[in-house]
Design a protein around this ligand. Structure first.
Ligand code: PBG
Length: 348
């Protein structure tokens, strides 16, 4: 067969095929493409994570270029930059001075997170301050709750298992403490059964019935949290989180987790991580279209783009915006992302 593409007869090919439907017509110019774009990113979609520690200054996290552990003053400065970039919300993670089996610093009057919430709300009252409600950064064993050992030991459960109900009591205390300091949204991330209900109940009893809960409803036991655990110094000292976080193989279970949290009073849902779970974001969004949905574009996802870009293997700006657009297209209304400041700048 010979192709005679220069010959005028070749135009007959299109007629023979009756090629009347041509998606390319709407891709001809930038203006046309903008008209038919289905997903538009905005700086308002982003929630920017801040890691706050005691002391002064800031120190860059090795595996997360551009992201720092911040003193309280530096956290306020970083939050001011976020607001100026058009980002409306931050999520705070605290790195305590001292760790213990219960995570006491997460609910003491002058804990690191309490100082950070108060300082940021004082300087920038309009900024939405979300706090992560979990124990893993605060416990000496690095687990998300009270362990099955010592005085709590239950012989029917493995030694070192994270006990559900005793952990709920601690999470309720943490939630009230964050609320008292002025947090705007509480985000429980420990994947304990009943955590949303326990926190909702505690808040309602203490006069915080208007404080919303953004539940990490569907959180997988993922390998993509590696850099975060360096940033927040919250890696488990032994074992893993598979007895509470979800198996990456499951999606029907995601619907069950989300349904329970909705029933318990969650105001917003989250799927985490984002990139390997775009199908899960879509399924949960379709099942609960009435609730705002967040997705956590986690530390490992950030690190992959940064590492490839540093090697000159991908275009950082394009890859980042493509990633965030995909997460939104999958159904997320909000994205927790370490790219927030850069992406906001690129969108301007
Ligand atoms: C738990 C928590 C984790 C992350 C957010 N909240 C760590 C974990 O579950 O082990 C990870 C976020 C990221 O990787 O960016 N407090």
């Amino acid at each position: 067969m010979t192709l005679q593409i220069e010959h005028p007869d070749s135009f007959l090919v299109s007629r023979r095929l009756a090629l009347t439907k041509r998606p390319r017509r709407l891709r001809t110019t930038p203006a046309l493409r903008a008209m038919v774009r289905e997903t538009e990113l905005s700086a308002h979609d982003f929630i920017y994570p801040l890691f706050v520690r005691h002391g002064h200054g800031r120190s860059e996290i090795r595996s997360m270029p551009g992201i720092h552990q911040l003193s309280v003053e530096e956290a306020v400065r970083e939050a001011e930059i976020a607001v100026k970039s058009g980002v409306n919300a931050v999520i705070l993670f605290g790195i305590p001075n001292r760790k213990d089996p219960v995570g006491l610093e997460n609910f003491t009057e002058n804990g690191i997170i309490q100082q950070a919430i108060r300082a940021i709300k004082k300087e920038i009252p309009e900024l939405v301050v979300v706090t992560d409600v979990c124990l893993c950064e605060y416990t000496d064993h690095g687990h998300c709750g009270i362990l099955n050992t010592g005085e709590h030991f239950q012989a029917s459960l493995p030694e070192g298992y994270v006990l559900n109900d005793p952990t709920l009591d601690v999470l309720a205390k943490v939630a009230i403490s964050h609320a008292e300091c002025g947090a705007d949204i509480l985000a429980p991330s420990g994947m304990m059964d009943g955590m949303v209900g326990a926190i909702r109940g505690a808040l309602d009893q203490t006069g915080y019935e208007n404080l919303p809960i953004l539940s990490y409803a569907v959180k997988y036991a993922s390998s993509f949290y590696g850099p975060f655990r360096e940033a927040a110094e919250g890696a488990p000292k032994f074992g893993d989180r598979k007895s509470h976080q979800m198996d990456p193989a499951n999606v029907r279970e995601a619907l069950r987790e989300a349904a329970l949290d909705v029933e318990e009073g969650a105001d917003m849902l989250m799927v985490k991580p984002a990139l390997a779970y775009l199908d899960v974001i879509r399924v949960v969004k379709d099942a609960f279209p009435e609730l705002p949905m967040a997705a956590y574009n986690v530390s490992g996802e950030y690190a992959m783009i940064k590492a490839a870009a540093a090697n000159g293997w991908i275009d950082e700006k394009k890859a980042t915006l493509e990633t965030l657009t995909a997460i939104k297209r999958a159904g997320a209304d909000l994205m927790i992302t370490y790219h927030a400041l850069e992406a906001a700048k690129w969108l301007k």
